[in-house]
Design a protein around this ligand. Structure first.
Ligand SMILES: [Zn+2]
Length: 266
């Protein structure tokens, strides 16, 4: 269908022991594995950002229940913890790197926690993770003057192209902030699509430079996660979700019991 809403999940770090700067937006490796299992169980087909946008541009059909898994900034845990899980399921994903935060020759020292190095970014790319841009130093782009804004976008694109041998096609706005001027600059730099942050699912009518993502947090329980990907209200069930400390194994068991009950009835 032309305007089927698509969940675009925004992750940051996947870490067992995140620091204070990244804790709220980091996800525990076990939680990440559970979430990926649920995506598979619910019949979603993860695609990368460029493929979603290309399909929407050309009206080419998308796979069944498309969904995007994205990671911002470039934390080391994406390679250590997320990549093996993605590979196990055969899930596509997109990593948006702030080039000045990645360890190595372009490092400006701004990274908030242990960051990937370029060899790890290349390994992710080789494992079918799309590498997109996320600026060079992670500023609030709408606060920059034109020259600095262009530099942030172009420098990021050139470094990714130099390090990977492929020009990045997709971009994610740091902090999700953009303005008309920022979106135009991103387009003029050569990025074909860009992701923002919102509270809803992405739709074609949002346009290729303002696709909304939903945030996955350390506090996101598995039932809330299910509501996120299904596009159901988050706030309404918040209290109930807080009370649910049981893991996905139990949720899954309950669902199986329910299915069995339905089967025996008919
Ligand atoms: Zn970021």
């Amino acid at each position: 269908m032309a305007d089927t809403p698509v969940p675009i999940l925004m992750y940051h770090s996947v870490a067992t022991a995140p620091n204070d700067a990244t804790r709220a937006l980091s996800v525990a490796p076990e939680a990440f594995a559970e979430q990926m299992a649920m995506i598979g169980d619910l019949g979603f087909t993860p695609v990368n950002t460029a493929d979603l946008a290309a399909s929407w541009r050309s009206s080419r059909p998308l796979p069944r229940r498309p969904l995007l898994i994205t990671f911002d900034d470039g934390y080391e845990g994406v390679h250590r913890h997320a990549l093996p899980v993605l590979a196990k399921h055969g899930f596509a994903a997109t990593l948006f790197v702030s080039t000045g935060w990645i360890k190595g020759g372009h490092d400006t020292g701004g990274g908030l926690d242990t960051m990937l190095d370029w060899d790890q970014v290349r390994e992710l790319a080789a494992a079918d993770v799309e590498i997109g841009g996320h600026s060079h130093t992670h500023p609030q782009l709408d606060q920059l003057d034109d020259g600095t804004l262009r530099h942030e976008l172009i420098h990021c694109k050139e470094i990714v192209a130099d390090e990977l041998g492929t020009v990045p096609a997709s971009f994610a706005y740091p902090y999700g902030y953009s303005s008309r001027r920022v979106r135009e600059a991103v387009r003029e730099t050569g990025y074909a699509q860009a992701l923002a942050v919102g509270n809803g699912l992405a739709r074609r009518r949002q346009g290729p430079y303002a696709l909304q993502r939903v945030t996955v947090r350390r506090s996101t329980g598995i039932e809330e996660f299910e509501r996120l990907v299904e596009g159901r209200s988050i706030a309404r069930n918040f209290a109930r979700d807080r009370a649910l400390t049981k893991g996905y194994a139990m949720v899954r068991r309950a669902r199986q019991v329910r299915r069995k009950a339905i089967r025996t009835r008919v």
